[in-house]
Design a protein around this ligand. Structure first.
Ligand code: NAD
Ligand code: WQD
Length: 350
């Protein structure tokens, strides 16, 4: 398998995964509508390779377009075929991911995340491409009292964003029931990806004011505006919420490992939690960021954020046993690399 279509490939996780795929010698076709990203991320990927005297320009093709248009997806499959590089598999990141926005604009989320995925899967079938790795999220678990979330934990999303992710999971599950179709599918449920490539040349580039903790920490360290820490009265060691942070390069690597696993094994549906399996509190994250970067992060406590859960940590034993792999990068590396990206690109890709 040589040629991979990456939907949402100019975005945060997509761009890092494109880098990993290219490093492993894959040809990469990217489709992205640029609704939440810049195609400059691909230029910076080329720059990382150029610095190692490697020219990847003929291995990376960008198609600006929307997965809500099936004809456009078909066009990419046909183009790849004409170029004698037929698409062997798809890594599917494209989608909207802002939980709060999904509550206000649920139809937009269903259209982009569900209908877009439906189109993609239909186009894959029409073009006889049956291998896909799908970006799901720990958000499909909703509120859970389990300390560690295993893949068997009950799925109960609590917002439209989560509902669309679960709906795509169900669609993927349904199509694998037809054994004649030979689908090879991996559903990866990410926990909290942060950091950036160690070069600091690619990273997270949110178009709107960041709602997630890591871009918010970076913003406060940079601007000295006070970060609001949502709640210090949670039943945890320091009263702040616990999450399972994973370096985005580890997350990218997990896509390669999953893809290779699918290639080498029989048709199946594989569902994996992708996290480090280690709970970190908001205060621990802030303090680690301050220490390793020698910079202060001004913050104040605020009330709990509506819809927050106290703790979300992966049971990643299935990941370890099936892929024989686990994330290696430390919280310190996540903080160093993320801050490097900010300092090299204070305005993102603008
Ligand atoms: P991102 O917004 O940086 O990347 C998503 C990309 O998809 C963007 O480049 C955007 O322009 C593109 N896109 C959106 N709708 C599209 C459409 N209809 N057609 C074509 N392109 C479209 O987000 P990310 O953090 O890189 O997330 C990637 C995927 O991982 C998403 O599906 C997200 O739901 C999922 N995910 C992210 C996180 C996280 O914390 N970042 C956690 C769990 C799951
Ligand atoms: C982490 C912790 C906040 C911002 C979200 C999505 C989920 C997934 C990952 C895509 C919480 C606290 C945050 C701030 C704070 N994305 N916080 N001040 O809530 O685990 O999950 O991102 O799939 O779907 O819901 O991540 O980064 O928003 O919050 O104190 O300014 O940081 O209360 O405890 P979360 P997060």
């Amino acid at each position: 398998m040589k040629n991979i279509l990456v939907t949402g490939g100019t975005g945060f996780i997509g761009s890092h995964t494109c880098f990993s795929l290219l490093s492993e010698g894959y040809n990469v076709y990217v489709i992205d509508s640029l609704v939440n990203s810049s195609k400059k991320s691909l230029l910076y990927i080329e720059e990382i390779f150029r610095r190692k005297d490697i020219d990847i320009s003929n291995k990376l093709r960008f198609f600006e377009g929307d997965i809500r248009k099936k004809d456009f997806i078909n066009y990419i499959f046909k183009t790849a075929l004409k170029e004698k590089k037929p698409i062997d598999g798809v890594i599917h990141f494209a989608g909207l991911k802002d939980v709060a926005e999904s509550v206000i604009k649920p139809l937009n989320y269903w259209e982009n995340n569900f209908f877009g995925s439906y189109n993609l899967i239909k186009s894959m079938k029409e073009n006889n491409c049956k291998t896909i790795v799908f970006s799901s999220s720990a958000t499909v678990y909703g509120f859970s009292s389990d300390n560690l979330l295993s893949e068997d934990t009950q799925l109960k999303p609590i917002n439209p964003y989560g509902s669309t992710k679960l709906a795509v999971e169900k669609l993927l599950n349904d199509i694998t029931q037809d054994a004649n179709e030979n689908w090879k599918i991996a559903i990866l449920r990410y926990f909290n990806p942060i950091g950036s490539h160690e070069s600091g040349l690619i990273g997270e580039n949110p178009f709107q004011k960041p709602n997630n903790i890591f871009p918010a920490i970076i913003n406060s360290a940079y601007t000295k505006e006070k970060l609001k820490v949502f709640g210090n009265d949670w039943p945890t060691k320091d009263g702040t919420c616990i999450r399972d942070y994973i370096h985005v390069m580890d997350l990218a690597e997990s896509h390669l490992k999953s893809l290779n696993y699918l290639i080498e094994n029989d048709p199946q549906l594989l569902i994996l939690n992708i996290g480090k399996g280690r709970g970190i509190s908001v205060i621990e994250l802030i303090k680690t960021f301050e220490n390793v970067n020698n910079i202060s992060v001004p913050f104040e406590f605020d009330k709990r954020r509506e819809g927050d859960v106290c703790q979300l940590v992966a049971d990643n034993s299935k990941l370890k046993s099936i892929l024989n792999w686990s994330p290696t990068k430390s919280l310190e590396e996540m903080c160093i690399d993320g801050w490097k990206w900010k300092n090299l690109n204070p305005k993102g890709y603008l």
